[in-house]
Design a protein around this ligand. Structure first.
Ligand code: F6R
Length: 366
């Protein structure tokens, strides 16, 4: 049942070239420049005319929502708010008719997300579900939606469902932005081709994970980790920190890299591993300066970097390489080494990576 892998988590990480491919299959037609998503197509006006989009989710799905905020604001020019379902539902939020709510959930059963949607629906919002579990409560409550087609996720930590969510949300942003005319044709075509290339690039990352295993063993006894990123990679820093906490029980915090100097930098000493998501993008020079700031304080720097980068590997203590990609697509790649890092740290510590203590696969209590 684990397909020859020691744990479901490792199996599910390695399934990602296939699950992302399945998610894109029949939807992303890069050759003809089309995206076929009937749930979006049938409600295109709702999206195009939306005064704003509110994304509601919890945990890892909330991180996918943050990536979607960057995508939708860049490509569709629609203001986006990303809400923790539990906060959104209890504070009597302002929701108007015409507002579009995107709910993101692997299980489709998360109680906080479900109840948040029920009340927004009563207020006249249009509810779009990005869900993995077919026929689940959230998918039934939504007016329309798109499944992630990631297959059953057994490991408690979400991995392949997250990349499925990113793939769906990226296609949505591209489809809506193109229909709305807020993305130019060249960039649209370029991003379609880049998205289509993701399964092969993920395969490349997974081909040799020995460097990540070595890094995991080296840092497994650290008591704290900091994860930093900017732009599209900021939510990936948050996700890397969450994965490590869940699987290895090591305290970890994710931050936007530039926020570091507003407080967290006080934590840096020669014992603290700092993971930078530092792929080649429009923030690259800024991230290089942030790496220097940590090195100057003797922190241990581990970087997710772009293959071929000749600067970062000379500065960092350790690197985990990913293939080059457009920055809007990069999160689908840069998260993979962080999933593996948490897996191998948990493994090195002898922990039950598939069933971390205190966690449930779907949180059906409020
Ligand atoms: C993290 C994790 C949780 C879930 C969260 C939302 O690895 O699995 O943080 O992402 O409980 O669950 P869903 O997506 O099922 O609504």
């Amino acid at each position: 049942e684990k397909g020859g892998y020691d744990h479901f988590m490792l199996k599910e990480i390695h399934e990602q070239p296939d699950t992302i491919f399945d998610c894109l299959r029949g939807r992303l037609l890069a050759q003809s420049g089309q995206i076929m998503m009937s749930g979006v197509e049938n409600h295109l006006d709702a999206f195009i005319n939306a005064p704003r989009i509110i994304i509601v989710a919890c945990g890892t799905s909330w991180h996918a929502g943050l990536v979607a905020e960057y995508l939708i604001e860049e490509l569709c020019r629609i203001p986006v708010e990303v809400e923790y379902a539990s906060e959104f539902r209890y504070r009597n939020p302002v929701v108007h008719k015409g507002d579009v709510i995107i709910a993101i959930s692997q299980s489709g059963e998360t109680a906080d997300t479900l109840v948040a949607l029920e009340s927004a629906k009563e207020n006249g919002a249009f509810i779009f579900g990005v869900v993995n579990a077919v026929g689940s409560s959230i998918s039934r409550l939504s007016h329309a939606g798109a499944y992630t087609h990631s297959g059953p996720e057994i490991g408690v930590a979400s991995t392949k469902a997250f990349t499925g969510q990113l793939a769906v949300l990226t296609m949505m942003a591209l489809k809506i932005g193109f229909a709305k005319g807020t993305i130019d044709e060249t960039r649209y075509q370029h991003l379609l081709v880049e998205l289509e290339a993701v399964p092969e690039k993920v395969k490349e990352i997974l081909k040799d994970t020995s460097a990540i295993e070595r890094i995991a063993k080296k840092y497994k006894d650290a008591s704290d980790f900091l994860f930093l990123g900017r732009g599209y990679n900021f939510p990936i820093a948050l996700e890397g920190a969450l994965k490590l906490k869940e699987i290895s029980y090591i305290h970890a915090e994710g931050y936007p890299a530039a926020e570091m100097k507003h407080g967290p930098i006080a934590l840096v000493d020669d014992q603290l591993p700092v993971v930078f998501v530092a792929t080649k993008d429009s923030y690259y020079q800024k991230i290089v300066s942030n790496v220097q700031e940590i090195k100057a304080r003797k922190g241990k720097v581990i970087c997710v970097a772009t293959a071929g980068d000749d600067v970062i590997p000379g500065m960092a203590d350790d690197v985990m390489l990913v293939p080059d990609a457009d920055e809007a697509i990069a999160p689908l790649l840069s998260v993979i080494p962080l999933q593996l890092l948490s897996y191998y740290v948990g493994l090195a510590k002898g922990l039950d990576v598939d069933k971390p203590r205190n966690l449930a696969k779907s949180v059906t209590v409020e």
